[in-house]
Ligand binder design. Structure first.
Ligand code: C2E
Ligand code: MG
Ligand code: MG
Length: 603
């Protein structure tokens, strides 16, 4: 059951508390009577004896309710009410009119003036109280609603601010690199798009992009760990920042890559000055965890022009120029030239042509005899790949092996050569001599490929040639770039009795010390040493030294690239075991090589 008469259950506090009522009446007696009665109820009551006083009192302290007499000498209750309603400060105060006038017209006028209620005199005090309570209840409820509304608005405002703040943080995260705080690739590209757009509008505008890549940074990461790598990157970022042109933007692209945008240049030279400043800034060593580290960067520069349609194309060219700078050596800058783009395109073209060559069987194996120098007879052959391009004709391996390595295509190609060369050897062994051997080149990429051993097992099983008739030629760097991995592979090869030759010996690490730790059977002395023999007849250089050391270790020696009989005589005198070169024969196709074998030549 609801007790409507207990307002406190609704408002939770006694309604008379702190409630301020203004009573307005020009008859002092009426005024006193009403005030006394209301005060007894616990209301705080103020009095006004005229309309003017009432307005001043209401404005100086806004009451919760006004009881207003209508008929007063100088200003009527209606007028007072209208003035109060017209002022925003007092407009919300509920007003109950008190009057002896009892015509419906008067009541209507009272409500039109803005009154909330109307009591006719003479009145029953209970009625006054009930109506007063009712208005006060409404008033307090309104106040509470206002307060709650204000609170709600404040909270919404707070949440909005928090969201805006979070948004700003997210935006910062999305556009900045977390390690260095520099703009990231996304932000850089946005700025570059903008600058490119401006240049398309204003054809005179000059700008430039520098693409920076730290040289051999991987070595730092691998040897000192990633935490140290991060410290170093931070230090690098700081140095770059210090030498940055005033209007330039420096961004980290990820890893050890940075980019600089010069959005406005008076002269092209500015970009080059910036590159030089970067290279100079990197000269002093970095000190990290008691280590002294020298860092160089390679820089590709592309000069912006409105001919570019997209920002990515500028970055692509800056990257190409950077790659060219790297090829020049560490710590260089290169300006992009359109021919570089052509070269990059050709590279791509070569790659897809190589893929086609595999499926279209465009490769051939050529064979170059390896001669036993003491006996003067053919001991075996080196298998050398040739590419018979449908349009370009015969392409030498130097032109496509590097790309085949980079793309990993060397793995399937290498397997095909191994298989083909071994099949050929098996045939020749049956036809001519069971002692013939075959040398097959294995590139660094193949050598670290886990499938190599499996490929060799398959080939040996398929062809049934003796494993010691198969010689794999690898370069020193294939071993030294990853000695641990190489050791495991070499161990597998040794177990199978497959032979191992070091190709181009003398051009790489040229260190004999590692020969102790690896199961090497043969050294192939590089052609460049052999060609020096007859030019400086009295100075045979390193060749005798290499031969002597190899022999003392039980390792055979093959001299590569013998072209003259003087070279041959010298090598024979030095007791070099084997030789290979144009003097004996150029690389031949299978039919020609078989012909040569049939002639059984002696040199
Ligand atoms: P390489 O293994 O050192 O091969 C010897 C190269 O020297 C061959 O060049 C051969 O034709 C050349 N040559 C031999 N005798 C003479 C000579 O008296 N004078 C001169 N000027 N050159 C001579 P080619 O066939 O052009 O091969 C070049 C390189 O390409 C090879 O050097 C080898 O590193 C690589 N290669 C060739 N075939 C293969 C292959 O099947 N697989 C892999 N991974 N690499 C291969
Ligand atoms: Mg070779
Ligand atoms: Mg060689």
């Amino acid at each position: 059951m609801l007790r409507s008469s207990t307002p406190s259950t609704f408002l939770t506090e006694p309604i008379t508390l702190e409630v301020d009522i203004l009573v307005v009446d020009d008859t002092p007696e009426n005024l006193r009577l009403l005030c006394t009665l209301l005060s007894r109820q616990g209301y705080r009551v103020r009095k006004a004896i005229s309309g003017e006083m009432a307005i001043i009192a209401a404005q100086s302290a806004v009451p919760d309710l006004i009881l207003l007499d209508i008929m007063m000498p100088t200003m009527s209750g209606y007028e007072v009410c209208q003035q109060l309603k017209a002022n925003p400060v007092t407009a919300d105060i509920p007003i109950i009119f008190l009057s002896a006038l009892n015509e419906p017209f008067d009541k209507v006028t009272a409500f039109q003036a803005g009154g909330s209620d109307y009591i006719t005199k003479p009145y029953q005090f209970e009625e006054v109280l009930a109506r007063v309570n009712h208005q006060i209840l409404l008033r307090l409820a309104m106040k509470k609603i206002h307060r709650l509304n204000a609170e709600l608005e404040r909270r919404v405002e707070e949440r909005t601010q928090a969201l805006e703040c979070a948004n700003a943080k997210l935006l910062k995260l999305a556009l900045n690199d977390s390690l260095t705080g520099l703009p990231n690739r996304v932000q850089f590209m946005q700025q570059l798009e903008q600058v490119l757009h401006e240049s398309q509008v204003n054809g005179q505008k000059q700008f430039a992009v520098l693409f920076l890549d730290c040289d051999r940074f991987k070595v730092v990461n691998d040897s000192l760990g990633h935490a140290a790598g991060d410290h170093l990157l931070l230090a690098i970022a700081q140095r770059l920042h210090h030498c940055l042109a005033p209007t330039g933007t420096l961004a980290r692209f990820g890893g050890d890559e940075f980019a600089i945008l010069i959005p406005q240049m008076e002269e092209v030279d500015w970009a080059i000055q910036q590159a030089k400043a970067v290279l100079q800034a990197m000269e002093p060593p970095f000190h990290l965890e008691a280590q002294t580290i020298f860092v160089t960067v390679s820089i590709g520069i592309v000069l912006g022009s409105h001919d570019y349609e997209r920002a990515e194309h500028l970055m692509r060219d800056a990257d190409t120029a950077m790659y060219q700078a790297k090829l020049t050596g560490r710590g260089h800058y290169r300006l992009f030239e359109p021919t570089m783009h052509m070269a990059a395109l050709q590279q791509l073209e070569l790659e897809s042509a190589l893929r086609r060559a595999i499926t279209q069987s465009e490769f051939q194996v050529y064979y170059q005899p390896i001669v036993n120098l003491q006996k003067g007879v053919i001991a075996g052959f080196e298998a050398l790949i040739r590419w018979l391009h449908p349009e370009k004709g015969l392409i030498s391996p130097a032109e496509f092996i590097p790309t085949a390595e980079e793309t990993g295509l060397i793995v399937p190609i290498g397997y095909w050569i191994l298989q083909t060369a071994c099949e050929q050897l098996q045939q020749w062994q049956q036809q001519f001599s069971p002692n013939l051997s075959i040398s097959v080149n294995v590139s660094a990429r193949q050598f670290t490929d886990t499938r190599l051993i499996e490929q060799i097992d398959n080939t040996l099983a398929n062809t049934q040639i003796g494993p010691d008739c198969l010689k794999l030629e690898i370069t020193e760097s294939a071993i030294m770039d990853n000695p641990e991995l190489a050791k495991a592979t070499l161990e597998q090869l040794r177990k199978r009795q497959v032979q191992l030759s070091i190709d181009d010996f003398g051009t790489g690490y040229s260190s004999l010390s590692y020969l102790h730790s690896f199961p090497v059977n043969t050294l192939k002395i590089d052609r460049s040493f052999i060609q020096r023999i007859d030019r400086d007849c009295d100075k045979p250089g390193l060749v005798p030294v290499i031969i002597n050391i190899a022999k003392s270790m039980g390792i055979d020696v093959i001299a590569e690239g013998i072209e003259t009989s003087i070279q041959l005589q010298q090598l024979k005198q030095l007791c070099c075991d084997f030789g290979q070169g144009f003097l004996f024969s150029k690389p031949l196709n299978a039919a020609e090589a078989a012909q040569l074998l049939a002639q059984n030549p002696h040199w």
